[in-house]
Design a protein around this ligand. Structure first.
Ligand code: ZN
Ligand code: MN
Length: 259
């Protein structure tokens, strides 16, 4: 059985593949967070894990199990941390989880690592975890690990945005549980998308600041920040294939230079 999923390998298979192929390891970082009445709470780690799996069919790569918990949901990008089910880490905890996993991968001999973020709020904690890991590794004399970090949605082309959002694009933050994630869900895990339960909330309108404690009344009760009714499986396929293609190209380019 040939698998690219690290969790499905024996340690011997993993070690042999690392030794014999110019492999990259792909690490999805996500969240466990409400995604409205129609999408599963694992959306932010299920989608990047599926994209990583697609990439590993094209670029020599092993997909590490995702970090399935993320930084606290923020009202203006994830609806806020007050919803039942949303289960978040403190920023320092996430930073250290990222750091520790990277140091372990380096110990295994991994030289090329891609960290794919699927939850806006994780951004700087993932960056900090990467920075601390590389700093620790430098002290240990390990200088040959190259890391590429990105948010997968940044690979969307303007042409695809026009196609997916004929009425105008609300921005990636407000796309929480909306057209982009719902369309991708219809393509990647259709059995987990409850389109019949889609709540037809209006788009959330936020002032350009936060108030703490969270003003829950600013957030649509469903937890969806923009209408998702324009979601289709065709849009999901287009977005998914574009991410797999363009991220594979970027990794090929960056990791060829690392080889
Ligand atoms: Zn999401
Ligand atoms: Mn999120």
């Amino acid at each position: 059985m040939k698998t690219n999923m690290m969790a499905e390998m024996t340690w011997v298979e993993y070690q042999n593949r690392l030794k014999t192929e110019p492999l990259a390891v792909l690490l999805p970082v996500g969240a466990l967070e409400q995604h409205g009445h129609h999408l599963p709470m694992g959306t932010d780690h299920l989608l990047p894990t599926a994209i990583c799996k697609g990439i590993a069919d094209r670029v020599p790569a092993i997909v590490a199990p995702p970090i399935a918990y993320g930084y606290k949901s923020q009202p203006r990008m994830g609806g806020g941390n007050h919803f039942p089910g949303t289960t978040s880490l403190d920023g320092g905890t996430l930073t250290l989880v990222v750091r520790d996993i990277i140091k372990e991968l380096a110990r295994h001999g991994v030289k090329r690592l891609a960290v794919m973020n699927g939850h806006c709020e994780n951004l700087f904690f993932a960056i900090e975890g990467i920075d601390l890991a590389l700093r620790d590794l430098r002290y240990e004399g390990i200088n040959d690990l190259k890391i590429v970090r990105f948010d997968y949605w940044d690979f969307t082309t303007p042409a695809t945005l026009d196609k997916c959002f004929p009425e105008g694009f609300p921005g990636f933050a407000l796309e929480h549980a909306a057209v982009l994630e719902t369309s991708m869900g219809l393509h990647v895990f259709p059995e987990l998308v409850r389109m019949e339960r889609l709540v037809d909330d209006l788009a959330a309108v936020f002032p350009p600041y936060d108030v703490h404690p969270t003003r829950q009344e600013w957030v649509p009760p469903s937890g969806v920040l923009s209408p998702a009714k324009g979601a289709t499986v065709e849009k999901g396929r287009t977005l998914f294939n574009e991410y797999v293609d363009r991220i594979s190209d970027a990794l090929r380019k960056e990791f060829a230079e690392a080889a």
